[in-house]
Every structure is written in structure tokens, then in C-alpha cells.
Design a protein around this ligand. Structure first.
Ligand SMILES: *[C@@H]1O[C@H](CO)[C@@H](O)[C@H](O)[C@H]1NC(C)=O
Ligand SMILES: *[C@@H]1O[C@H](CO)[C@@H](O)[C@H](O)[C@H]1NC(C)=O
Ligand SMILES: *[C@@H]1O[C@H](CO)[C@@H](O)[C@H](O)[C@H]1NC(C)=O
Ligand SMILES: *[C@@H]1O[C@H](CO)[C@@H](O)[C@H](O)[C@H]1NC(C)=O
Ligand SMILES: *[C@@H]1O[C@H](CO)[C@@H](O)[C@H](O)[C@H]1NC(C)=O
Ligand SMILES: *[C@@H]1O[C@H](CO)[C@@H](O)[C@H](O)[C@H]1NC(C)=O
Ligand SMILES: *[C@@H]1O[C@H](CO)[C@@H](O)[C@H](O)[C@H]1NC(C)=O
Ligand SMILES: *[C@@H]1O[C@H](CO)[C@@H](O)[C@H](O)[C@H]1NC(C)=O
Ligand SMILES: *[C@@H]1O[C@H](CO)[C@@H](O)[C@H](O)[C@H]1NC(C)=O
Ligand SMILES: *[C@@H]1O[C@H](CO)[C@@H](O)[C@H](O)[C@H]1NC(C)=O
Length: 753
């Protein structure tokens, strides 16, 4: 299969370079394996595994009595972690014999790859006892017997490829219990029975290939539930009945091959609703009636074959122009295409019932809107509840008495504010007699100290530095107000010197400091632009189950954050010092804006170490900071790398990583251990064909940023340059693979390695 072949080759290449890179990292730290000797149980299991295989070329000769070697790279095809086997990978080794049931004792096994050998016998049912199993690649062997239903008990199973064996029996419906399964290839076997209805409840399936088997019975109507399915190949079976009208639930489908079955009845009009369709082969069936005109709507359809059915009526002008006669032959009553009988003069319009495209589209729109409405209403209701619960008066926080006594002198004449040029910052300051002072920097905000102090405010968050409020001003506008913790801020003079510096910083990816207020008793308020969409952390980790974030959006955020940091480092000569995904905010347009930068300059040195400790707890602290205590550009780059990893994996660095340390360590360990795409957010897997190498290159860059050695980390400038190279703005995906080419049993058996 072309796509699989080319993609895997590219992935292989990238993964290889990534691995070389990771190993070189490890070599620096003088460590090529984790030094743990294989457990007795795994050792026994591997010995049994070897005993039951036939190894004519002696690839397993190195699996000798020395258990010390098993997990240290001495045993070919074995990878371990903490003394437990996690990968068995022995493709193309001419292995015969059987797969031992003892393989089920390898409790940490994630991947079993034995494809392209000559192994016979059954698939061990004991694989179902492996809780971590992700990938099973046993294609191109001589395995027989049926598919063990127990495989459905592997909760993390993602890929199951048993194609091109001698398997018989039915497809166990329990496979749908593996809720992460996205690639199921059982093609080229002798599997019988019907397609189990349960399988259509497997929510995560993206690829389903059952071609060249002996499946019979109808297609379950619930097949339309597989909404993420991109590729469906059921060709060359004996499936009968009609193509269910609900087929159009497959809204991500690009390749459909139903060739060589016994399907009858009409081609459902609803096929025209699957706008993503690229390849449609319905040839060699018993389909009757006309070709629905809705197929004309499939703008991306580049392969169509309806030949050798019992279709009748005219071929539309559109289809006739796009496809030649070999797409239509073998339908005696089909007319009007090149080389066929011309259609009767009276257009038999009754043969081709059609739906106007307008109606179809408006249906779509209506559906989309109502879902959106529901979400908006829910979000609105939530917001209201929050408002009611959290609404407090900022007045009550700042000394009420002081506020009223200063109501007059605190007022800043509106004319004095704003109007500052972009380059020259104008500070409009009003000093109160008792020391209350409001200073506006350049920018559009216009309010008085009184306005600010008596604005209604709700708490948005708390940090080491203080509490952030969303304040609603008289005119209904919002600002974010940060009330700094008085005990840890610098004295007034130093504070003002620093804050005036920060007030000059202006960049599209940095939250602008608009105003500060110094209260008579030492209260210090900073006023920033309010970002209604909240932080990246919330956006990424606290969204509803139905909200997905596509790769383009994630990439845009990465670039935005990098630009902001680059400006801080190279133009302003400032260090952020506390970069986390909670400090990256999103504006209405989804542009990333960094907040809290360089705030440590307003704080006492003691506060600085508290912040470093907090960053460590959150998982953003560069390792050297535990000794160094002082942030620099390289520690910022480290935090930036962690944010990249967050966007790539969908995981929060605060999340426990199953004992694999922090997020960077976890990612590195996964990448080292096996070559699946498992580190990436499952959501992104859906885009994999188009963005595979963008993901890998970004992952590589992110790992570079979190390199334990500060000097090895790139500068912000280089990071941005690399991101630009990985994905040019506005250009969708990697052009070469964005549309899968037509499938076919090309027999390259492209490896998944
Ligand atoms: C399924 O396996 C067969 C045989 O190994 C292969 O030709 C085909 O390309 C695979 N299908 C997909 C979608 O990868
Ligand atoms: C086991 O194999 C390793 C290399 O594969 C070899 O160095 C070692 O001498 C062998 N040990 C025994 C006991 O055969
Ligand atoms: C799969 O899940 C269903 C329902 O949750 C359960 O009845 C069935 O026993 C499971 N099958 C296996 C093999 O675990
Ligand atoms: C399965 O189908 C093939 C042809 O596709 C046929 O040769 C074979 O006899 C069938 N096997 C069974 C068990 O029905
Ligand atoms: C995939 O399906 C989902 C749900 O039906 C839909 O929201 C999404 O846009 C589809 N993706 C593509 C690439 O069509
Ligand atoms: C799908 O297409 C059919 C006929 O072409 C139409 O009646 C139906 O409303 C469409 N469904 C959706 C959800 O657009
Ligand atoms: C059609 O293909 C183009 C180019 O690959 C793509 O941008 C577009 O989204 C596709 N349209 C649909 C409806 O899938
Ligand atoms: C072909 O379709 C016509 C209706 O269009 C039907 O009358 C006829 O029986 C069908 N022939 C076969 C062999 O299915
Ligand atoms: C029809 O088009 C296909 C490609 O879509 C091509 O392989 C085939 O040779 C063409 N046949 C004729 C008769 O033009
Ligand atoms: C359509 O399928 C028929 C039957 O397999 C074949 O002869 C014909 O060449 C195919 N046409 C195209 C365009 O693939």
C-alpha cells in the first residue's frame, strides 16, 4: 500500500534520526541502558519464547545463558526498561516455529513485532493478559487458528496487524473493548462470519482493513458510528445486503473499497455527504438503480469504480468528464459514458433522484450551529455561576478607607492618558498626598485609581507573586489586575525603576503592562490587558471531551510563545523566569500572549527562590536551577520546551508520569523504548498522514530545548527558525501525503518499524 509504505519509510527515517539523537544525549551522560538486570520471570519467558521458535539463520544465538546481557542490548530484538522486556522486535528473520504462550508473562511488553517471518501455529491468547501492550505486528507469517478474543482485554492496544496469515474463525467483537485501537488490519486471511456489530462501537478506529477474507452477511447499519474512520477496505469478501444509508456518518472517510462483494440495492445518495471521500470502489457487486447525482458533490473524489454491477440510467456529465469508461463498464443499462449506448432522448430523471446541494449544505450548517449553541449556552451558564460565586469588590481588598480618602487625588484626567507614541512611552502619573499613585503606560486604557479600586472583580488565579483578578470597569471593559504580595515586593524606589522598564515592553506575543498602582500602605497593583480565553493550560488540559485542538492551532501557539520569548531575550534583554502554560494566555484570535514575564525583578531575591521552587513543583524548572537558583535564557528555553511537549503530548507536566519522572523524562523514555507514535496526543493521530514528520521534527526540537545540558539548548531565535522550517504559516500540512493515494494489494507489506 502506497501511503503506508511511503509514510512508514519517512517515519522510520525520522524516528531513526530521533533515536540517534536521543542516544547521543544519553551518551553524553555516559549511560546507554538503565543498568537493571532482567527479572527472572522475563528471562524465563524469553527462553521459552526462543525454544518454541525455529531460528534457521541463528539470529537468536546471542540469547544465551547470560541474563546480564538480555536487557543491555546483548539480546537481538529485545528492549527493556527497569529490567522488564518492553519490546520484542524481530521482523525479517526467517523465524519459524510458534509463538510461545509464555510471552503472556512479559508483563511490561508494549510491542510484539514478528512480521515477515514464517511463524505458524496460533496467536497466543495470553497476549490478552498484557496490560501495556500497544502494538502487535504479526503480518506476513503462517499463523493459523482464530483471533483470540482476549486481545480485547488489552486496554492500550493501538495497532493490531495480523494480515496475510492463515487465520480462520470470526472477528471477535471484544476487540472493540480496546478503546485505543486505531489500526486494525486482518486482511488476507480466511476469516469467516459477519462483521461484528460491536466493532462499529470501537470509537477510535481510523484504519479498518478486512479485505480478502471470507466475511459474509450484511454491513451493520451502525458502521456509520465510526466517525474517525479514514480508511475502510472490505474488498473481496462475500458481504451481502445493502450499503446502509447511515454510511454517511463516516465523516472522516477518505478511502472506501467494497469491491468484489455481493452488495445489492441502490448506491445510497448519502454517500455524497462524505465530503472527504477520495477513493470509492464499488465494482464487482450487484448494486442496482442509478448513480446518485450526490456523488457529483464529492469534489475531492479522484478514484471511482462502479463497474460490473447492475446499475442503470445515465452517468452525469460531471462524472463522465472526470472518469473514463473503465469506471463504468459492465453495467448493461448504464448509458451516456464514452463507449456506451447513448441515453434515450427523454431524460429519465426519475432514475436519478437528487438532493439539491443547497439543502444538503444547510443541513450541515444547521447541525453544526445547534451543537455550537449548546456549548455556548453551557459555557455561558458556567460563567454566570462563576461570576455569582466569585464576584467580590476589589475595594474590599485594598483598604476601603484609603481608597475613599484618595478618591479625588487618584483621578487621572482622561486627556492625559493614552496618546503615547509606540516608541516613546508616556507615563501619566498622579501622586496622591499619602503616597497612592496610579501610572499609565502607553496604551488605550483609560480609568482612574478610583475606577480601579472600586471595580467589581473576580478572582482568576493565585500565584507565588500574588492574586489575579478580572476587574470590570465602569465602561464595561475588563482588565486583569494583579495584586502583588506586599511582603515579597521590593521597596518602592527599586520597584518603580523596574516596573517602568516592564511598562515599555510591547510585543504582539507579550501581555502589555498598562498601568500600575501604588497604594499608601504599600499595596501594589499591576494592570494588564484582559484575555477572555484564559490560559493555555486551561485551553489544553481543562476542555470538554468534544473539543479538539488541531495541529495547526498548536503550532501557531508554539510559534507565538517562541516569538514572545525571543523578543524578551534578544530585544528587551529580559528573562521570563517563570514560563509555564498557565502564564501563556490566548487572545480572542487564539494568538498566544505571555504574561508574568520578568516579574522577579519587582520582587525580593527571597521571592525568586520561592518561584523557582513552585516552577519545579509544576514541572517547568530546568535541572540546573536546583543548584543555580538564578534563571537565565537557557532556563527559559527549557520551560519553553516543556510547553512544546505539553502541546505535543496533551499531557500536563504536573501529571504523574507513572514513575517515569517528569514530562521530558517520560517523553524521552517512550521515544527510546519503542518506535510508535504513542507520545503524541491521541487527537493528533487523526491528522497523522498529513503531519507525521512535522510532529516528529517538533518533538525533536522540544527534546533539544529540554536537554539536561544548558549549553546544548538552542536560542529562542533558532527555535523559531526551526519551527518555521517545520511548518510554513498558512500552508496546510505536508503536501505530499495529505491525500492518501488509491489503495491496492501492492504487497509491499510496508513495515511498521
Ligand atoms: C493491511 O495489510 C495488507 C497485507 O499486509 C497490506 O497490503 C495493506 O496495505 C494493509 N492495509 C493498510 C490499510 O495498511
Ligand atoms: C553470550 O553471548 C554474548 C554475546 O552475544 C557473549 O559475549 C557471551 O560470551 C556469551 N556467553 C555465554 C555463556 O555463552
Ligand atoms: C468487552 O466489554 C463488554 C462490555 O463492557 C463485556 O461484556 C465483555 O465481556 C468484554 N469482552 C472481553 C473479552 O473483555
Ligand atoms: C474463502 O474464500 C476463498 C476465495 O476468496 C475461497 O477460495 C475459499 O474456499 C474460502 N474459504 C472458506 C473456508 O470459505
Ligand atoms: C472527523 O469527524 C468529526 C466528527 O464527525 C468531525 O468533527 C471532523 O471535522 C472530521 N474530520 C475531518 C478531517 O473531516
Ligand atoms: C445526506 O444526503 C442526503 C441525500 O443526499 C440528504 O437527504 C441528507 O439530509 C444528508 N444528510 C446530512 C446530514 O446532510
Ligand atoms: C479536498 O482536498 C483539499 C486538498 O487536499 C483539502 O484542502 C480540502 O479540505 C478537501 N476537501 C474536503 C471537503 O475534504
Ligand atoms: C438489475 O436491476 C433491475 C432494476 O434496475 C432489476 O429488475 C433486475 O432484476 C436486476 N438484475 C439482476 C441480475 O440483479
Ligand atoms: C482509465 O483511467 C485509468 C486511470 O484512472 C487508466 O489506468 C486506464 O488506462 C484508463 N482506461 C482507458 C480505457 O482509458
Ligand atoms: C474497475 O474495476 C474493474 C473490475 O475489477 C476493472 O476491470 C477496471 O479496470 C476498474 N477501473 C478502474 C478505473 O480502476
Amino acid at each position: 500500500m502506497m501511503i503506508r509504505f511511503s509514510m512508514d519509510i519517512r517515519l522510520n527515517h525520522l524516528l531513526l534520526s530521533l533515536l540517534v539523537f536521543i542516544y547521543s544525549l544519553r551518551a553524553v551522560s555516559g549511560q546507554s541502558w538503565d543498568g537493571v538486570i532482567i527479572t527472572d520471570a522475563d528471562y524465563d519467558s524469553l527462553q521459552a519464547f526462543k525454544r518454541e521458535l525455529v531460528d534457521p539463520k541463528g539470529f537468536l544465538r546471542g540469547w544465551n545463558a547470560s541474563s546480564y546481557a538480555a536487557c543491555s542490548g546483548g539480546w537481538a530484538g529485545i528492549k527493556c526498561a527497569q529490567g522488564q522486556v518492553i519490546v520484542i522486535q524481530l521482523p525479517w528473520k526467517s523465524l519459524g516455529g510458534r509463538i510461545s504462550e509464555k510471552v503472556g508473562q512479559l508483563q511490561s511488553l508494549r510491542k510484539l513485532s514478528l512480521h515477515d517471518n514464517a511463524i505458524s501455529g496460533p496467536i497466543p491468547a495470553s497476549l490478552g493478559f498484557l496490560p501495556s501492550l500497544r502494538g502487535v505486528q504479526l503480518f506476513n507469517n503462517r499463523l493459523s487458528g482464530s483471533i483470540p478474543p482476549s486481545l480485547g482485554r488489552c486496554p492500550l492496544l493501538q495497532t493490531l496487524d495480523l494480515s496475510n496469515n492463515l487465520l480462520s474463525g470470526g472477528i471477535p467483537g471484544s476487540l472493540a473493548n480496546s478503546t485505543k485501537l486505531f489500526r486494525l488490519n486482518l486482511s488476507f486471511n480466511s476469516i469467516t462470519g459477519t462483521i461484528p456489530v460491536e466493532l462499529t462501537r470501537a470509537p477510535s478506529l481510523i484504519i479498518l482493513d478486512l479485505q480478502h477474507n471470507n466475511l459474509s452477511g450484511p454491513l451493520p447499519p451502525s458502521v456509520g458510528n465510526l466517525k474517525w474512520l479514514q480508511r475502510l477496505d472490505l474488498s473481496y469478501n462475500t458481504i451481502d445486503g445493502q450499503i446502509p444509508a447511515s454510511f454517511d456518518g463516516l465523516q472522516n472517510l477518505s478511502v472506501v473499497n467494497l469491491k468484489g462483494n455481493r452488495l445489492s440495492g441502490p448506491i445510497p445518495e448519502t454517500l455524497g455527504n462524505i465530503s472527504t471521500l477520495i477513493f470509492l470502489d464499488l465494482s464487482l457487486n450487484d448494486l442496482s438503480d442509478g448513480i446518485p447525482s450526490s456523488l457529483d458533490e464529492l469534489i475531492n473524489l479522484s478514484f471511482l469504480n462502479v463497474s460490473y454491477n447492475n446499475l442503470s440510467g445515465p452517468v452525469s456529465t460531471h462524472l463522465k468528464e472526470k472518469f473514463n469508461s473503465s469506471s463504468f463498464i459492465g453495467n448493461v443499462q448504464l448509458c451516456g459514458f464514452k463507449g456506451s449506448t447513448p441515453c434515450p432522448a427523454l431524460a429519465p430523471s426519475q432514475l436519478v433522484p437528487s438532493t439539491s446541494p443547497e439543502i444538503t449544505r444547510s443541513h450541515h450548517r444547521h447541525r453544526g450551529l445547534s451543537t455550537k449553541d449548546a456549548i455556548l449556552i453551557a459555557a455561558g451558564a458556567l460563567l454566570l455561576v462563576l461570576l455569582v460565586l466569585c464576584c467580590i469588590l476589589l475595594c474590599c481588598l485594598v483598604s476601603k478607607r484609603a481608597a475613599t480618602s484618595r478618591a479625588k487625588e487618584g483621578q487621572v484626567p482622561r486627556a492625559e492618558k493614552g496618546g503615547g507614541s509606540r516608541t516613546e512611552v508616556e507615563a501619566a502619573a498622579t501622586a496622591g498626598e499619602a503616597g497612592g499613585k496610579l501610572v499609565h503606560f502607553e496604551g488605550p486604557i483609560t480609568f482612574t485609581a478610583d475606577d480601579l479600586l472600586c471595580a467589581t472583580a473576580e478572582i482568576m488565579g493565585k500565584s507565588t507573586y500574588g492574586t489575579v483578578y478580572k476587574a470590570t470597569l465602569e465602561d464595561g471593559g475588563h482588565v486583569a489586575v494583579k495584586r502583588l504580595r506586599e511582603k515579597i515586593t521590593r521597596g518602592q524606589k527599586e520597584f518603580e525603576a523596574e516596573v517602568n522598564l516592564l511598562g515599555k515592553v510591547r510585543h504582539p506575543n507579550l501581555i502589555a503592562l498598562r498601568t500600575y498602582y501604588l497604594g499608601p500602605k504599600g499595596e501594589k497593583l499591576l494592570v494588564f490587558d484582559y484575555m477572555p480565553r484564559g490560559s493555555l493550560a486551561t485551553f489544553l488540559h481543562a476542555r470538554g471531551p468534544d473539543t479538539t485542538i488541531d495541529w495547526r492551532t498548536r503550532m501557531r501557539i508554539m510559534k507565538g510563545v517562541t516569538r514572545g520569548i525571543m523578543h524578551l531575550h534578544h530585544v528587551e534583554n529580559l528573562i521570563h523566569g517563570n514560563l509555564t502554560s498557565t502564564n501563556v494566555l490566548l487572545d480572542e484570535g487564539g494568538e498566544a500572549k505571555i504574561s508574568d514575564y520578568a516579574l522577579s525583578r519587582l520582587m525580593t531575591p527571597a521571592a525568586g527562590s520561592t518561584v523557582v521552587a513552585a516552577a519545579a513543583a509544576l514541572g517547568y524548572r530546568a535541572p540546573e536551577l536546583s543548584k543555580l537558583k538564578k534563571a537565565n535564557t537557557k532556563t527559559d528555553v527549557y520551560s519553553l520546551g516543556v510547553i512544546f511537549l505539553e502541546l505535543l503530548t496533551g499531557k500536563s507536566p504536573g501529571e504523574a508520569m507513572n514513575g517515569s519522572g517528569d514530562l521530558p523524562q517520560w517523553v524521552a523514555s517512550i521515544v527510546k523504548e519503542e518506535w510508535t507514535n504513542e507520545v503524541f496526543d491521541v487527537e493528533l493521530m487523526k491528522e497523522l498522514p498529513a503531519i507525521g514528520d512535522e510532529l516528529l521534527n517538533t518533538l525533536k526540537l522540544a527534546l533539544h530545548c529540554v536537554d539536561p545540558s544548558p549549553s546544548a539548548r538552542p536560542e529562542a531565535q533558532q527555535i523559531l527558525q526551526q519551527l518555521e522550517e517545520i511548518r510554513t504559516e498558512g500552508e496546510p500540512g505536508a503536501g505530499s501525503t495529505s491525500g492518501p493515494p488509491p489503495p491496492g494489494p501492492s504487497g509491499d507489506g510496508g513495515s511498521a518499524e
